[in-house]
Write a protein that binds this ligand. Structure first.
Ligand code: APR
Length: 311
């Protein structure tokens, strides 16, 4: 590995992990180690070699290796965890909890042994509960264990608004907070188009339709694909990696460990936070009206329910 490039490990060389790896090296952001279980045999190596062969075409210089050996992940700046089983039609993210808890615990123990100073970005579902599992298994401070959900959910909402209006996604800002489940909370009041409220462009009915489609955005894709999505989830995790590596201090919706913020404690929950070199550097508490608070409470209730089945 080069001395002057950052190093990112991605655990889980499946659909989301490989998409994330590809997003990172196409942007020349960092060297990547793509790791999977020995049962996958040469699959991670094959995917890494395939991606490496993109570099002459995209004129990039990052190295990528595929492996099943944690020793090669040593001193990673950031580790992205996508290891686990994805959902199939008819399943909720919560249905994955038992299997994925064990996987996340093992992965975190292995990673932190070789990269004790790393920042963990969790993607495995059910997201908020898996972040909690990772926090406990790593014993890391909370700023170094962050979940990817809101970047994806907000991107989905921006896409739907853009499709509806024929206005560039660049002009559209959407804030989706809450748990990464069907009870997530798209904040209409804090979503804007070129600084103007959504209601300037869209009827109440249309806004409600978009909110509903955003909430069920993951399920829509599971039904189309027969398995959960990967391009946008991989890119969303890559986007967070970039924000941290470049010390952007950008405010993004992330799953964060709450200790009183938003009136909630002892759980991971999607909120706004500043991402920089130290990971999730600050949680931004925002004023919410009665209706928004009720929606958040409902969403938090779902996560607390899932967390009860953690062993
Ligand atoms: N260590 C490392 N990798 C593992 C482990 C483990 N203990 N257990 C499973 N994996 C690997 C699998 O071998 C597989 O290659 O994780 C990968 C998961 O890839 P996919 O099955 O393609 O699933 P994907 O669509 O990438 O989703 C992964 O992200 O968005 C979430 O809900 C999704 O929880 C799921 C995760």
């Amino acid at each position: 590995m080069s001395l002057n490039r950052n190093k990112i490990t991605i655990v889980g060389a499946g659909n989301v992990g490989a998409s994330c790896a590809s997003w990172i090296i196409e942007r020349n952001l960092a060297d990547v180690v793509l790791l999977d279980i020995p049962e996958t045999k040469n699959m991670p190596k094959g995917k890494a070699l395939d991606m490496l062969q993109m570099s002459p075409i995209s004129n990039t210089h990052c190295k990528i290796i595929g492996t099943t050996n944690y020793e090669l992940t040593a001193s990673s700046d950031i580790c992205v965890i996508t290891a686990g089983v994805p959902r199939k039609p008819g399943m909720s993210r919560e249905d994955l909890v038992a299997t994925n808890q064990g996987i996340v615990q093992t992965v975190v123990k292995n990673l932190t042994q070789y990269s004790p100073q790393t920042i963990l970005i969790i993607v495995t579902n059910p997201l908020d509960s898996m972040c909690y599992v990772a926090l406990k298994a790593s014993n890391f401070p909370k700023n170094r264990v962050i979940g990817q959900a809101g970047v994806l959910d907000s991107a989905r909402m921006r896409t739907f608004i853009s499709q509806e209006l024929g206005i560039s996604v660049e002009n559209i800002h959407a804030s989706v907070i809450g748990g990464h489940g069907d009870e997530m909370v798209p904040l209409i009041r804090y979503s804007t188009i070129c600084g103007l409220p959504l209601s300037h462009f869209l009827s109440k009915e249309k806004i409600n339709e978009i909110v509903d489609r955003t909430r069920k955005g993951g399920s829509e894709l599971v039904n189309l694909l027969g398995i959960s999505a990967w391009y946008a989830p991989g890119a969303a995790a890559g986007f967070m990696v970039e924000a941290i590596l470049k010390d952007k201090k950008i405010i993004l919706p992330c799953s964060a460990f709450l200790e009183g913020e938003y009136g909630l404690s002892n759980l991971y929950f999607g909120v706004l936070g500043i991402l920089g070199n130290h990971g999730l550097e600050k949680i931004i508490d925002i004023p919410l009206n009665e209706e928004e608070q009720q929606l958040l409470k409902k969403s938090a209730g779902l996560i607390q329910e899932t967390m009860k089945s953690l062993k």
